[in-house]
Design a protein around this ligand. Structure first.
Ligand code: NAD
Length: 512
């Protein structure tokens, strides 16, 4: 049988049949429960992981605290050099890691490789940034005084990540954290623990080659209980959380309670407005890829199409036609467009959402179905489906992490923008139009209320150069490019008096 070279890739990544899930960069360990990682592509057991428990977590934190004392004193461009080497090692391992992402998570091989490419890109970005962590200088109101601001490292950054981007999200956070002088502790999703172990093996090699202490990159594969420890731990200066709005709401509140910092990257409910001025050939590609790519399991997946009434029927027909051509099957096989959902729980949620949509009055123009048969033996494969709905349905207001696309009609652009904004989430949005006025209105302050707003591109597939994240129940956090690095540092304002007197600000006199 064709295993798509998985065995060899696992070996190249240092994954064996039994692995330890805890590491500070030295010898791995793990004293918690055994986690078995099954592939949603074929249902087979990939490998076992001895997860981390609370005592293991305490060890990791101890090492991280110690390492921070040293790491923060290393010049930022030298830290950048570590990240440069890390990026190079990722280039060497790209094929193996991309394949593991595809096999353990279930996204297409192309998307798995794309995730690793994002890791490489953020490393390149961070290397340049390591020489540019600059603040402003400003003029003082007092004579012979100088004022400026500078950015200092925070300490330990905790990264809690979701299953759907098993490797990229970690690197967005760590590449920036490290050049900023922070050490990191990662609690990956327990559904994709092997991807985390593979990543940790790669960075551990770089750190060892450079004689760096343990504790710069910590990892603890474990369930939510260790996530909760990170959230409550005063040692963790910043918690970067990527996951559902349900969990993120709790994480945000708890971290705020102890005055910690947080970056929240939560659920989306992303729409494309397809105007009567759209290039429909482009619109159909953007819409279908956005809705079915990663089997609808991207935070930026297209969940809603808001279509102008004059092109509604044509778009509807073309969507039905396009969905009829989709090939569903093993994501490691390049001929397939759509892979599996992450697990059978996700399949149940898909089925429940379809039921709910029908109850609320949704009319399915492409029916959903759970697929069975030999090549679908994992029980995780579902058919992407499309329903005509009202935006106000409860199910449409909710993010279902599966390939269910909701379509609806509009008459004026103001109406379309109102529909697009009328959901609790605010991550990604797009308009397909060749009309400048429409595009500019959509991007204006009267337009999309999302963190990401695109013209003639779909909702998914962001580049690392921009700040990534969303508003409202998406959590308000930003990761990756632009000036996001500032979240990973503390800002300090400095005033220096080089005169022989001590004048007070605002002209206040205080004579002794
Ligand atoms: P999830 O919320 O179930 O889990 C995310 C992580 O949180 C996991 O590591 C999990 O173990 C941990 N966790 C669970 N309960 C916890 C608790 N009480 N305290 C601390 N940690 C806890 O999410 P998921 O199913 O893995 O991922 C899918 C969700 O993630 C979707 O909603 C998706 O939109 C979102 N997501 C958002 C972005 C973004 O950038 N906005 C990116 C990827 C995924």
């Amino acid at each position: 049988t064709n295993d798509f070279g998985i065995e060899k890739s696992l070996k190249n990544l240092g994954i064996t049949s039994e692995n330890y899930g805890v590491s500070a960069g030295g010898t791995s360990f793990g004293n918690g429960a055994v986690i078995e990682s099954f592939s949603p592509t074929d249902g087979k057991l990939i490998a076992k992981i001895k997860s981390g428990n609370e005592a293991d977590y305490a060890q990791i934190i101890k090492k991280s605290k110690k390492a921070f004392q040293e790491f923060r004193m290393m010049p930022a461009p030298k830290r950048g050099e570590l990240v440069r080497q890390f990026g190079n090692k990722l280039r060497e391992k790209k094929d193996d890691l991309g394949k593991l992402v595809s096999y353990e998570m279930g996204k297409s091989l192309q998307e798995g490789l794309g995730e690793v490419q994002e890791m490489i890109d953020i490393c390149d970005f961070a290397v340049g940034l390591s020489r540019q962590l600059h603040g402003f200088t400003m003029h003082s109101e007092r004579p012979s005084h100088r004022m400026y601001e500078q950015y200092h490292p925070l300490g330990i950054v905790g990264v809690i990540s979701a299953f759907n981007f098993p490797v990229a999200v970690w690197s967005w956070n760590t590449a920036l954290s490290w050049i900023c002088g922070n050490v990191t502790v990662w609690k990956p999703s327990e559904k994709v623990g092997l991807c985390a172990i593979a990543c940790q093996n790669i960075i551990a090699e770089v750190l060892k080659e450079n004689d760096m202490p343990e504790g710069i990159s910590g990892m603890i594969v474990a369930d939510h209980t260790i996530g909760q420890k990170i959230v409550d731990d005063k040692n963790i200066a910043l918690v970067s959380f990527t996951g559902s709005t349900k969990v993120g709401r709790m994480v945000g509140a708890k971290v705020a309670e102890r005055f910690g910092k947080s970056i929240l990257e939560l659920g989306g409910n992303n729409a494309i407005i397809i105007s009567e001025h759209a290039d429909l050939d482009m619109a159909i590609i953007g819409a279908v890829f956005g809705a079915v790519g990663t089997a609808g399991q991207r935070c930026t997946s297209t969940r809603r199409l808001i279509i102008h009434e004059s092109v509604y029927d044509e778009m509807k027909n073309r969507l039905v036609q396009a969905y009829g051509q989709l090939k569903i099957g093993n994501p490691l096989d390049e001929n397939n467009h759509v892979g599996p959902l992450i697990d059978t729980d996700a399949v149940k949620q898909y089925e429940a959402s379809i039921e709910k949509c029908k109850k609320e009055g949704g009319r399915f123009i492409v029916e959903g179905e759970v697929l069975s048969g030999n090549q679908y033996a994992s029980g995780c494969y579902v058919k992407p489906c499309i329903a005509e709905v009202e935006n106000s349905y409860e199910i449409v207001q909710h993010e279902t992490f599966a390939p269910i696309l909701y379509i609806m009609k509009y008459n004026t652009l103001d109406e379309a923008i109102a529909i697009q904004n009328d959901v609790p989430q605010g991550l990604s949005s797009a308009i397909m139009t060749q009309n400048l006025r429409e595009a500019e209105l959509f991007l204006s302050h009267a337009g999309s209320d999302c963190g990401i707003a695109n013209v003639n591109i779909g909702t998914s597939g962001a580049e690392i150069g921009g700040a990534f994240g969303g508003e409202k129940e998406t959590g308000g956090g930003r990761e990756s490019g632009s000036d996001v690095w500032k979240y990973y540092m503390r800002r300090q304002t400095n005033t220096i008096n080089y005169s022989t007197t001590l004048p007070l600000a605002q002209g206040i006199k205080f004579d002794l």
